[in-house]
Design a binder for this molecule. Structure first.
Ligand code: PMP
Length: 304
């Protein structure tokens, strides 16, 4: 069970036990909340830093704007809250979860109730297991399609939209796989349940473009920039599931999943069935950047 000493709720750090909401909270019924997942890392030179804090909080406010939700705090307040929560819990590294949601008032679906904001943080190791990180995971293409742009907000991290990710991950887990990969409504590979997807073929890195219904992942963006640094050619183009079967390498990126290699998709071994050379180079560059060992990307780090 997640446990923290203190949680930031509506502008104040409160004890874990006191971070409560009412049962008639609008978001509990309809899932209208916007959230982020952010990681903080210990730094090679000592101290700790939050990875791409500004970009995550910007995306939180973008999600809120998409959802017609006015936050009663400025982005700088929420950024400070993230750092305060890490400090208040003595966390040198960890996962940070800001969430803004419609609170109590009316119960109509469209009721613009007062918005509440919380920030929690806790230690969180490898999302798809240490073994998965080291050896690669087994993924399954989901029977659940990724959100459709005709009815959902694919650029926003909205709580209720995670029904889609929940169904996909549960289906994959119950079938004995580590993670689900979702196709878009046209059948092209979109993303994981909480990760963007990359393949490598003949040395070229490929990921679905942002015109696909994928989240504009902050890790995805970091990986594209690190690939450019490393001189790895990149294509942002759609691909089919059988293109993924024939890839030399396949990996997932996300704040929680970091860079997770996929060794098998739908029972087809990918490449040699182990993390490939490009995945390893990207992963090494990623962990250097988050750990303060890449002078080129210091601006990605907020020390605390
Ligand atoms: N897609 C989905 C659906 C996600 O929930 C996440 C996690 N936020 C990602 C992709 C990866 O995004 P990021 O790298 O910004 O964490």
């Amino acid at each position: 069970m997640i446990k923290a000493d203190r949680i930031w709720l509506d502008g104040k750090l409160v004890a874990f036990e006191d971070a409560k909401v009412h049962v008639l909270t609008h978001a509990l019924h309809y899932g209208i909340g916007v959230f982020e997942g952010i990681r903080a890392y210990e730094q090679a030179g000592g101290g700790s830093a939050v990875f791409r804090l500004r970009e995550h909080i910007q995306r939180l406010f973008d999600s809120a704007r998409i959802m017609l939700m006015d936050l009663p705090f400025a982005p700088g307040d929420v950024e400070r809250a993230c750092v305060d929560v890490l400090k208040a819990n003595g966390l040198k590294a960890g996962y940070i979860r800001p969430l803004a949601f419609f609170g109590t008032g009316s119960m109509g679906v469209g009721a613009p109730n007062p918005v509440q904001v919380l920030v929690a943080a806790w230690p969180w190791g490898a999302y798809l297991s240490e073994e998965g990180m080291a050896k690669g995971i087994r993924a399954k293409v989901s029977s659940i399609a990724r959100l459709h742009i005709g009815g959902q907000m694919v650029r926003a991290k909205v709580s209720g939209q995670y029904v889609n990710s929940f169904l996909a991950t549960r289906e994959a887990a119950l079938a004995g796989y580590d993670e689900a990969i979702l196709l878009d409504a046209d059948g092209y590979v979109a993303e994981g349940s909480g990760e963007n997807v990359f393949i490598v073929k003949n040395g070229v890195l490929q990921t679905p473009p942002l015109s696909s219904p994928v989240l504009d992942g902050i890790t995805r963006n970091a990986v594209l920039r690190l690939a450019a640094d490393l001189g790895i050619p990149v294509k942002e183009e759609k691909f089919t599931r059988d293109t993924a079967y024939l890839a030399d390498e396949l990996f997932l990126t996300g704040t929680a999943a970091e860079v997770t290699p996929v060794r098998e998709l739908d029972n087809r071994r990918i490449g040699k069935g182990e993390p490939g050379p490009v995945t390893k180079r990207i992963s090494e560059a990623f962990f250097k950047a988050v750990g303060g060992e890449d002078p080129k990307h210091r601006e990605w780090l907020t020390p605390y």
